[in-house]
Each structure stands twice: as C-alpha cells, then as structure tokens.
Design a protein around this ligand. Structure first.
Ligand code: CP3
Length: 345
C-alpha cells in the first residue's frame, strides 16, 4: 500500500471496501456558509483571487461533511483571463468573455509565460490548503481541458451546442488549432504550478467533450488532454491525474490508455454496471450519481447510491456525482449520500 489517503489508494488502482468520496462543486451556492463568504469577497472572481477566502470556501465542505478530497476553489476560465481575455460573470446567466475568432485576436493573447502574473493567488490558495487540510484529505487541483476552455473563448459565453467553436473549427482551422495549442501549453504550466504548490492530484474538466463527433473527439478532446498528461507525467510521475470527458458515452471505452490518465470520471449518461464492465477494466473510475438526487433526496437517492457502489465495488472507484451539485440542492441530501456510501464502514 503506497499511502494512507484513500483517494490516492484508489487512484493507485486499489479496490477499497468503501469508496472514498468527494463531490464536484462541493464548495458552492447550496451551502449557506459559501454564500456568506462569497458576499464577504464581493463577487465570484474576487473570491477566486483571494487566497484566504478561497481556501476558506474549499475547507467548508470538508468541515461539514468530512469528504475524502478537497478541490481547490477556482474556475476553468481563470486561464483565459490570465492569457489576456476579459472575463466577467453576469448574475443568473454565467460567464462572459471577450472572444477569440481571428488570427489577430489570437496573436494579441499574452505569452504563456505571463499567466503566472494573474494566477499566482491561486498557487497561494493551494499552499494554504496544503498546510490546513486534515492529514487524511487529498488536495485536488484542476484546469479545464483545451476543447472546453476554447468553446468559452470562441463564443464568449456558455453555449448549448458549442456552435461557435464547431464553426471556427470548420472555417478557420489554423486559428482554432492555434488556440487549442496555446490553451494546452498554458494548462501544462498552470497545473505544474499547482502541483509545485501542493496539489496532490489534478483533474482535467472536458465538460463539452460530448459534442465532438468522430475524429474530432480524438483530435480535439483526447489528444490535447493526452499531451497535457504526458508533459505532467514527465515532470511529476507520481501525481495522479483524473480526466473527465463529459458526455463521451460509448467512447469512454479505452480512455485510460488513450489519455494516460489514472482515473476516468463518468457523467450520469452511462450506467455504473456498463462502466464496471467496459471502463473500470482500464483503471480507477469516478462517479456517477445524477446531481438531481441532491435536490430530490429520499429513497431514490439511497437506492441509486447503493446501486453505483455495488456495481463498481470490484475495482478502484471514487464515489462522486456525474456533474456538479446545483445551487438548489439540499445540504441534508449530501449527508444522506455520504452516510449511504459509508454505511457498514
Ligand atoms: O468543484 C469545485 O467545487 C471547485 C471549483 C470549481 C468551480 N468551477 C467553481 C464555480 C470548478 C472545478 C469549476 C469548473 C468549471 N467552471 C467548469 C467545468 C465543470 C463543469 O461544471 O462542467 C466549467 C464549465 C466552468 C465555467 C463556469 N464557472 C460556469 C459555466 C459558471 C456559471 C454556472 C454556474 O454554476 O453559475 C461558473 C461559475 C462557478 N464556478 C461557480 C462556482 C462555485 C458559481 C459562481 C457563484 O458563486 O456565483
């Protein structure tokens, strides 16, 4: 056994009697203490760039629930901002960015070496957390995968079908691929600094991987992630990496090897039984309870949680949701999920 921390044991391929647990967006608006600290910071971005307060909101769900991992409080859109894009959040609507769709706009981005000027408070948050987290809790750093980050940089906002990014891919492949390259290089440097500061695991969020079809999925979701993983593994061979190509469906098969990741995170679009036979055979999997159970609770939450734990019990598994918890979730349902997973421990 390489280590005592349960998340690191699962990531090393160990099958544990009880899967370790954490939850995407575990620090968030469903928690009153998060809302209070966010109000103290003023707004979401000020919270991200305030190391003391960002560390505080990262720790809140650990104190309340004793999750096995803490995920750094930040956002995947801080990297575009560090590369020179304007970024702001519209209440009730989500992120807005200045757009990159031409060669001139691409050229106007800052060099990757300049990102740390903007991102250094994030590394400070990681340092605070690695001092303050309980010894059994694993610290996870993260970044967006290049395709997902590019979809926001090209459209200037979230889009239901990622139409503007798909359009640029067809109309100006050079600009599209140039942008993916810059994001890929920036992500390698950003995650390297998170690891240097104390992140024990890093995760790549490819939230919009599911809209890439055929060769595009391989070329624009998987290959850029594989490049990031290879570069990080060359420098930090012992740091495990989780990849989350959300919406991959049947294409989840073989992704541990294709990406080089230690763990593949599953959304709720695949069943845990199917994943046990087709994905967990390649290594650790994470997931995949539907987040809406955190709103609705009750017997359905308990039975679905048990079904996932049972289905994935014969291999390495980290329990999580299939996507982030939503602001309308009931904090008591989170406790019910944790109690259900840990029952009989
Ligand atoms: O998981 C965690 O608790 C760690 C922190 C984290 C946030 N965003 C905080 C956040 C992480 C890992 C992310 C990732 C992220 N950000 C993704 C990938 C994962 C996913 O959800 O698919 C994406 C696509 C983003 C971009 C982003 N940030 C959007 C689209 C939004 C608006 C939607 C919303 O929920 O309001 C955000 C804002 C955001 N990021 C919030 C939080 C807690 C809510 C901001 C607030 O407090 O008002």
């Amino acid at each position: 056994m390489s280590t005592q921390k349960t998340i690191l044991r699962a990531l090393a391929g160990e099958t544990l009697p009880t899967p370790p647990i954490w939850m995407m967006r575990q620090a968030g608006r469903y928690l009153p203490e998060y809302k209070a600290t966010r109000a103290q910071a003023g707004d979401f971005l000020s919270l991200c760039y305030n190391p003391e307060l960002a560390a505080e909101v990262t720790l809140q769900p650990i104190r309340r629930y004793g999750f096995d991992a803490a995920i750094l409080f930040a956002d995947i859109l801080l990297l575009p901002q560090a590369l020179g894009a304007d970024l702001w959040f519209v209440t009730g609507e989500g992120p807005r960015l200045s757009t990159i769709t031409t060669a001139d706009e691409l050229k106007a981005l800052k060099p990757v070496s300049a990102i740390h000027d903007t991102l250094s408070p994030i590394y400070e948050t990681v340092k605070i957390l690695s001092r303050e987290l309980p010894s059994e809790t694993t610290l996870i750093g993260f970044a967006g995968a290049p395709w997902t980050v590019a979809t926001y940089m090209i459209a200037g906002k979230g889009t239901p079908d990622q139409g503007p990014a798909h359009a640029l891919k067809e109309t100006d492949k050079a600009v599209f691929e140039g942008l993916l390259d810059i994001i890929t290089e920036g992500t390698i440097d950003y995650l390297s600094m998170q690891i240097e500061a104390g992140a024990e695991v890093v995760k790549l969020f490819d939230s919009w991987a599911g809209s890439l079809k055929g060769d595009d999925f391989l070329n624009y979701s998987i290959k850029p992630m594989a490049r990031i993983v290879a570069a990080l593994k060359a420098k930090y061979p012992t740091t495990p990496i989780i990849a989350f190509p959300r919406g991959a469906g049947e294409k989840y098969v073989g992704l541990h090897a294709a990406i080089g990741a230690d763990c593949i995170a599953l959304d709720d679009g695949v069943t845990a039984d199917w994943a046990a036979d087709n994905v967990q055979t390649g290594g650790c999997v994470q997931g995949n309870l539907k987040s809406s159970h955190m709103v609705t609770g009750g017997d359905a939450l308990v039975s679905e949680t048990r079904r996932i734990v049972d289905a994935l019990q014969n291999g390495p598994h980290i329990f999580n949701l299939g996507h982030g918890i939503t602001p309308d979730a009931d904090p008591e349902n989170v406790q019910l999920m944790i109690d259900t997973v840990r029952k009989g421990q």
